[in-house]
Design a protein around this ligand. Structure first.
Ligand code: URP
Ligand code: ZN
Ligand code: ZN
Length: 457
């Protein structure tokens, strides 16, 4: 099968220009003006932007969490991702405390193999670091192509490791060419604020926000940075939300340290005023919580300054019925929200169309940096000869409205209900196959491949 995309505005992280893109089989074979190839299928991209398919490196599919499971599985979640122009995701495997990494890997393989429509990889969450885990970390890197290890500084009793375990994990991961990623919030302080609020009879979603103040994230981010500095391990902070945490990263740069930072689209666009309503605020109960407008400004500025490198989603959807688990107690509301489908369009609309970021910066944030940092570049994350033909063709002027009535995520509400967006994903290719066209998904479950990743350079 060959495909010729004609006359598109092609964008990579370094440049954008008018060109044709020619694809044979799964790869891009030629890029240039007026390419002379005869193809099985020609796509006219006049007036459209031709982007590398998005990579969302922070999603939770079919994940056991807070007494339930995130409501999108590999089939529904990766299909929704494709509708939004994201052709690859990195999900999180959770080690069960007391059990092995390999057992966890097998469970996640059962969830994904034969079910995913988009390509995928896993971060391995190390929730119980011990000598056996240390050996398995090495095997994950050397044999399985899983090179990033997620840690939690919160969720004590289920996911959190202590600082001693963190440092030991960093030492082994550095030695073997991996990366340690972190949910950086001070779990002990948050647990004590939650207990205080409960004892005062404060049960509304607003108290989820008030139990996780900015300082809990700033403190943990600085502590993580210090541990990285001591060990020399490459590190990546997931879902950074606020000015204080960004300042911790900024402070670390003064000793010539480089820390990779991800924020998520919701932290750039939504704020904590959404919690100032009754139980409806549960739709946005996530950890860390939404912050203040000044934090959004800090994050947009951090993007320009090169401190924030990746925009992900932390897609961890629950249905409205699942959210009711916390009707009487904010601490029982499953944490997370649906977003996998909207990241690219929202970032394009609010970032590029509103003049906050350039088109190459959009590409860098939405795909290239994730591919580079997680060992997949240039196979993924760019439009280049020899790269996988993962392509998102977007109409930059088309307006549409986000709604649970039209989205493809398995949730009965939208975090962006009624929001108008300028820029619509129209056609998506994954490894040379048309995935999305005319509002339909043409791929079947199982087309998505597991992507083995290289060591961190
Ligand atoms: O609220 C969130 N973020 N849920 C998913 C788990 C996590 O902390 O990323
Ligand atoms: Zn987290
Ligand atoms: Zn997450």
């Amino acid at each position: 099968m060959s495909i010729l995309i004609k006359n598109g505005h092609v964008a990579t992280a370094s440049e954008d220009y008018l060109a044709d893109v020619y694809i044979e089989g799964e790869q891009i074979v030629a890029i240039g003006s007026n390419l002379p190839y005869k193809a099985d299928k020609v796509i006219d991209a006049t007036g459209k932007v031709v982007l590398p398919g998005g990579i969302d490196p922070h999603v939770h599919l079919d994940m056991p969490f807070m007494g339930t499971f995130s409501s999108d599985d590999y089939e529904t979640g990766t299909r929704a991702a494709l509708f939004g122009g994201t052709t690859m995701v990195i999900d999180f495997i959770l080690q069960t405390q007391g059990d092995s990494l390999y057992n966890a890997l097998r469970i996640w393989q059962q969830k994904s193999v034969g079910k995913a429509l988009a390509d995928y990889s896993y971060h391995m969450a190390v929730t119980d670091f011990n000598p056996q885990t240390a050996d398995e970390v090495v095997e994950m890197i050397e044999k399985e192509g899983i090179t990033s290890f997620k840690t939690f500084m919160a969720y004590k009793g289920a996911l959190m490791i202590d600082d001693g375990q963190m440092v030991q994990l960093m030492q082994i991961v550095k030695k073997h060419g991996g990366m340690v990623t972190v949910h950086a919030t001070n779990g002990d302080m948050i647990d004590s604020l939650i207990a205080q609020n409960r004892s005062l009879g404060n049960h509304a979603p607003l108290y989820h926000y008030l139990s996780q103040p900015e300082v809990t994230e700033a403190e943990a981010s600085a502590r993580f940075a210090d541990m990285l500095f001591y060990t020399g391990c490459p590190g990546y902070i997931v879902h950074l939300t606020c000015e204080g945490a960004l300042n911790a990263v900024r402070e670390a740069t003064k000793r010539n340290q480089q820390i990779n930072v991800e924020t998520c689209i919701q932290y750039l666009l939504l704020d904590a005023s959404l919690y100032e309503q009754d139980f409806d605020g549960a739709k946005w109960v996530m950890s860390p919580p939404l912050r203040q407008k000044k934090d959004q400004e800090a994050l947009w500025a951090g993007i320009q300054q090169g401190l924030v490198n990746v925009v992900a989603t932390d897609h961890c959807p629950f249905t409205w019925e699942q959210k009711q688990m916390g009707k009487e107690d904010f601490a029982k509301i499953p944490n997370g929200h649906p977003a996998i489908e909207h990241r690219m369009e929202l970032l394009f609309s609010e970032g590029v169309n509103k003049g906050r970021i350039s088109l190459p910066k959009f590409v860098e944030l939405s795909t290239t940096n994730a591919a580079k940092k997680f060992g997949m570049y240039p196979r993924k994350g760019t439009i280049a000869i020899g790269a996988d033909a993962d392509i998102c063709i977007l109409d930059p002027k088309k307006k549409h409205t986000l709604s649970a009535k039209t989205h493809h995520m398995r949730t009965d509400y939208s975090a962006y209900e009624g929001r108008e967006v300028t820029g619509k994903v129209e056609t998506v290719l994954l490894r040379g196959k048309v995935a999305i066209e005319n509002g339909k998904c043409l791929l079947e479950p199982g087309y998505g491949n597991f992507v083995k990743r290289e060591k961190v350079k």
